[in-house]
Design a protein around this ligand. Structure first.
Ligand code: 26Q
Length: 816
């Protein structure tokens, strides 16, 4: 340890000198962070190179995870934990006169994702490396990630996320692996030296893709996998002619347009943008990645592409990278000279597709004109895939013209990416049991009947290395003390905690840790945004993207209901509660932004009301992101998972809360169903319409929200407060629109499409039940410990093991 410490310290000194020309006394905290990261990289690099060598020397199959998003968060503490050197580095920093935490705070989040789908990709990479599996990520190195959220006068304001302002010490630029990606131009037929005809594109715009590699460090193992992210670069630089004519903007215009491709992450996590730039992003990273994969295959194994499916498998994270299917066809045919049948047989053994959504409006479609203009050769390949596919459908369903239409890849002037995905993949999976069932029975029914054998479920998970060990060191230490180490790589072992739920001394220590986490969160939020939280109040938390289907509106309407109750009767017995929200709204999602305003306006109204002082509080935690989740989740007591049943594909926050000992208050939706299966209904607070009940209502068009308003005056009052001046004039229009959407329906929609009013009563009762249970602290702590103990199956280690077994068929490898 001491030699390690001295070497590490020396590395920090050297780094400060070489990069900043400073000694320790002159270094800023940020310099120190950079030097610690660089010193940690010294540890990582040897293993990284050894891992690459191990893969190079063995002909083993590799899995590539294609994803437009990787929501990595911070790397430093995670890497130090996985390397097993966090305590050592903490000592080093202490000896240098720094708190570890203040150095940790210097690192910006790698916010290269919107939410669940991007964070899932990050958790998968952690599990793959930890399990010594050859699995790597391919994506985009966005210059600006998920926007930074500020709340100004109860409104969301978006600021660019300049995460690369200082150089990123966790990446290595690999200019030697750059490839070119072509857009536009005209398809032409050429003849090769053997006299064979092939297609090419002339007069295309060329964009260079430069890879940056980030190491993915396994926990307590030598395996270091790679996340390769592409940056768009214009090889042409600028136009000297125009520059000399002093047309400076025009001189760089073309280069800027090329480099726009990797400029910024699209901040909407539903509803296709229909924007050319989004399609350019998708083709850009997919084409670069496939060129990279094929090049390294040829280097290792030569030109026998029939072996490709035995050595490469690609998981498509939703439809965003699905253009990979025709792109691989293009490479195999136009560049490698294979025929269609041969290329198709290979392609359809390589791709597997994961669906992450049931929301019909979120399914990606591209207008033919846009697609064929940008990717003319790819379009002709999609047409041919569609032609052969519809031929098959005609034979299979000769009398069902409707079905043939529904299942076409190209129809109504659009290219349906989910259809292309299914036709080109050997596996299609949903992300929770209920989700997969709904896909099979409803959303993808035709497709399931067509090829039932390719459909399968892979319930999501989260990595316990970040979502327990890193974010909750107190609870982690208690767990290790109770059951010993090993749960870090075998989460099922948490079951051994269960007997401790009956041990009063253990329960007491568990409760103390939760309380300490609540205090820590209160401190953090006081410092970062100047709010005060009472750690003796119940922390009731809903953190996730803002979406109508996730029903943050139901939550805040309930808070308003409690507010009225307390204001009406100040002597009412009610334990103090703090409702914590965190959520980003897509920049163009007006109603989502109105809901944020309502939450903040109600928070202010509570603050100003002496009748509820110390009893009811709302906190909107600004700029929710991975790093903030790591502080909020360990402090939570109630986990709000209240989406309209049938709408949330899985959810993964629900699993993080459970693992940290919060009790779920939620609907039977997504993975909540499986959480309840594990803990039992009595250790959770389940309420509301089920997916089946909602399906039945929709089938008969029998929902009338006014019935619920008529039946429940307290609810009618709350809803009316949206428009009666309770919140003043500033948000009159915005809140009126929320009101109309609930009561009358707007923009041609039915009223209350997400059944907020239908579920309100049941939601109130679930909360009343939770409060009653909370009064019995022994019961509560017992239930919380049971939640932790039974969270084992929600590790991504389990999820990844299932993907390996059923889809990828890859094998672990020992790194020497
Ligand atoms: C599509 C087209 C254009 C622009 C953006 C997009 C886009 C971007 C991101 C569409 C969807 C997303 C993200 C979706 C997502 O995060 N889905 C969530 O995935 C989780 C992991 O499987 C599930 O747990 C959640 O239930 C699901 O909502």
């Amino acid at each position: 340890m001491n030699t390690d410490k001295n070497t590490f310290k020396e590395n920090i000194r050297l780094r400060l000198k070489r990069r900043y020309g400073k000694d320790l006394s002159e270094a800023t905290k940020h310099d120190i962070y950079d030097a610690v990261a660089a010193s940690a990289m010294e540890y990582i690099l040897d293993n990284w190179m050894a891992t690459r060598r191990a893969f190079d020397n063995h002909p083993i199959k590799q899995m590539y995870y294609f994803s437009a998003e990787f929501l990595m968060g911070r790397a430093m503490t995670n890497n130090l934990i996985n390397l097993g050197i966090l305590p050592m580095v903490q000592e080093v920093l202490q000896e240098l006169g720094y708190e570890y935490d203040e150095i940790e705070e210097q690192e910006p989040d790698a916010g290269l994702g919107n939410g669940g789908l991007g964070r899932l990709a990050a958790c998968f990479l952690d599990s793959l490396a930890t399990m010594n599996l050859p699995g790597h990520g391919y994506g985009i190195r966005y210059r600006y990630g998920m926007f930074e959220q500020k709340i100004e006068h109860c409104r969301q304001v978006e600021k660019p996320d300049n995460w690369l302002e200082h150089r990123n010490p966790w990446e290595i630029k690999r200019s030697d692996h750059a490839v070119d990606v072509k857009f536009g131009g005209e398809v032409v037929i050429k003849v090769d030296e053997k006299g064979r005809q092939y297609f090419d594109v002339d007069r295309a715009e060329v964009v260079r893709a430069i890879p940056y590699d980030m190491p993915i460090v396994g926990y307590n193992t030598k395996t270091v996998n790679t996340l390769r992210l592409w940056e768009a670069y214009s090889p042409d630089g600028f136009n000297l002619q125009l520059f000399n004519e002093m047309q400076y903007l025009r001189a760089v215009e073309k280069a800027c347009q090329a480099e726009d491709i990797s400029r910024v992450l699209y901040p909407n996590d539903s509803g296709p943008s229909g924007k050319a730039l989004r399609l350019k992003q998708q083709y850009f990273f997919v084409s670069a990645s496939l060129q990279d994969i094929v090049r390294s295959f040829k280097r290792k194994y030569g030109n026998d592409f029939s072996k490709l499916p035995d050595l490469v498998v690609i998981q498509l994270n939703d439809t965003h990278p699905v253009v990979a299917i025709p792109e691989l066809m293009r490479i195999l045919m136009d560049q490698e000279g294979l025929g269609w049948e041969e290329a198709w047989a290979i392609t359809t053994r390589i791709f597997a597709y994961t669906n992450h959504t049931i929301m019909a409006e979120a399914l990606e479609k591209w207008p033919i004109d846009l697609f064929s203009g940008l990717l003319p050769r790819i379009y002709t390949i999609v047409e041919e895939i569609d032609r052969r596919h519809t031929d098959e459908l005609r034979k299979l369903y000769p009398n069902d013209w409707d079905k043939q239409q529904r299942m076409a890849i190209i129809n109504h002037g659009m290219i349906h990416m989910a259809h292309l995905a299914i036709v080109g993949s050997f596996s299609v999976n949903g992300v929770a049991a209920l989700h997969t069932e709904i896909l099979k029975k409803r959303e993808l029914k035709d497709w399931y009947e067509w090829r039932p054998q390719i459909f399968n479920n892979k319930t999501n998970g989260v990595t316990q290395r970040r979502w327990l060990k890193l974010c909750n060191p107190g609870l982690s230490a208690l767990i290790t003390e109770a059951i010993g180490p090993g749960w870090e790589t075998d989460l099922a072992r948490l079951r051994e905690l269960e007997p401790f739920a009956e041990d009063p001394a253990f329960r007491e220590r568990f409760a103390q840790i939760k309380h300490a986490n609540k205090v820590a969160l209160a401190r953090y939020l006081a410092k970062s945004q100047g709010v005060t939280l009472d750690p003796s109040s119940i922390y009731d938390v809903q953190v996730k993207r803002l979406h109508e289907y996730k029903r943050q509106l139901l939550n805040i309407l309930h808070v308003m209901y409690l507010h009225n109750k307390l204001a009406d009767d100040p002597t009412l017995e009610m334990p103090p509660q703090t409702f914590i929200f965190g959520a980003k709204a897509a920049s163009g999602y007006r109603r989502a932004k109105s809901i944020i305003s309502l939450i903040c306006a109600e928070a202010a109204r509570l603050e100003a009301d002496p009748r509820v002082k110390g009893r009811l509080k709302v906190v909107f935690a600004e700029n929710y992101r991975v790093t903030l989740a790591e502080k909020i989740i360990p402090a939570a007591e109630i986990s709000e998972q209240i989406s309209t049943a049938g709408k949330e594909a899985s959810g993964t926050g629900n699993m993080k809360f459970m693992m940290n000992g919060a009790l779920t208050l939620g609907t039977l939706d997504g993975a909540n169903v499986e959480i309840v299966q594990e803990v039992g209904r009595k250790n959770a607070f389940i309420f509301g319409l089920t997916a089946e009940e909602i399906a039945a209502i929709e089938a008969t068009h029998s929902y009338d929200p006014k019935i619920y308003l008529g039946r429940n005056p307290a609810l009618a009052r709350v809803v009316h407060q949206l428009i009666d001046g309770t919140f003043g004039h500033e948000f009159q229009t915005a809140f009126r629109e929320l009101y109309d959407s609930l009561v009358y329906g707007v923009e041609g929609n039915r009223p209350d499409v997400y059944y907020v009013l239908a579920d309100f009563d049941a939601y109130v009762q679930a909360h009343e039940q939770a409060l009653k249970s909370y009064a019995d602290r022994d019961w509560w702590n017992r239930a919380a410990i049971i939640n932790v103990a039974r969270s084992g199956i929600f590790s991504t280690d389990r999820t990844i093991a299932e993907y390996v077994q059923d889809i990828w068929h890859i094998k672990p490898i020992a790194v020497k």
